[in-house]
Design a binder for this molecule. Structure first.
Ligand SMILES: C[S@@+](CC[C@H](N)C(=O)[O-])C[C@H]1O[C@@H](n2cnc3c(N)ncnc32)[C@H](O)[C@@H]1O
Length: 216
């Protein structure tokens, strides 16, 4: 481990890096306010920016997102990849309708397929292949999602995963009994993610912890 690692992962550094993020445009800023006001767990702005960078290098044409919420990351991905088709999965009907409306306002709705249902069930009936997959859904199911998509990824496809440090709990232990199952599942997932021979992968301390893997 690097000497001085404590000097990097500190509030002053995080706030400085935050100040360098590009400003959100009017629609994304509105979505950020809606998410904050209504308690929707959308991606952090720094995670969205990391995703834009990865999307710029990988230029995917077929994107899958597991966990839509109000469509914040759908708008980010749709704008970053103007030629891509996006499929996204959300279990909550009302939330999915908000996402459809925001995608319409972003002018990308015609390139997005919104799947309503439980992610593992939907994954069993949609086809792929995909060249970029964003996993951002039920933490105890992350391994199941990776199993479900692995064979439908071409070499070079990217898997991008949010919340792998989950508020610090994954490294330091669950803060409460009701968070233990998800914390344990994420620890097991992380170990598998970085050692899966089908991928070259890393986990970075951006936002709530982001995993990035490329299919070999
Ligand atoms: C973290 S949010 C997704 C945020 C979104 N990717 C973004 O950054 O804008 C996770 C979403 O997964 C949905 N969800 C929870 N359980 C689910 C399941 N079993 N199948 C599909 N979606 C589920 C939740 O309703 C929630 O909207």
């Amino acid at each position: 481990m690097k000497a001085g690692v404590d000097a990097i992962l500190r509030r002053a550094q995080a706030e400085y890096l935050d100040s360098l993020l590009p400003e959100s445009d009017a629609l994304l800023a509105l979505m950020e306010r809606v998410a904050a006001d209504d308690g929707h767990p959308i991606a952090d702005r720094e995670v969205a920016q990391l995703m834009r960078v990865v999307l710029a290098t990988s230029a995917p044409k077929r994107i899958l997102e597991i966990g839509t919420n109000i469509g914040y990351s759908v708008v980010v991905m749709g704008r970053a990849c103007p030629d891509a088709r996006i499929e996204t999965i959300e279990i909550d009907g009302a939330t999915l309708r908000s996402a459809e409306e925001f995608a319409r306002q972003a002018g990308i709705a015609d390139r997005v397929t919104f799947h309503h249902g439980a992610a593992l069930e939907v994954l069993s009936r949609i086809d792929g292949p995909w060249d970029f997959v964003f996993i951002d859904c039920v933490k105890t199911e992350y391994s199941g999602y990776l199993d479900a998509v692995s064979d439908r990824l071409a070499p070079g496809a990217v898997v991008f995963v949010d919340n792998l440090l989950w508020g610090g709990q994954v490294a330091e232990g669950a803060k409460s009994d009701d968070q233990r199952a998800s914390t344990d599942a994420l620890r097991a997932f992380n170990q598998r993610f970085v050692s899966d021979p089908n991928f070259v992968a890393t986990i970075v301390a951006v936002g709530d912890g982001v995993g990035i893997a490329v299919k070999r």
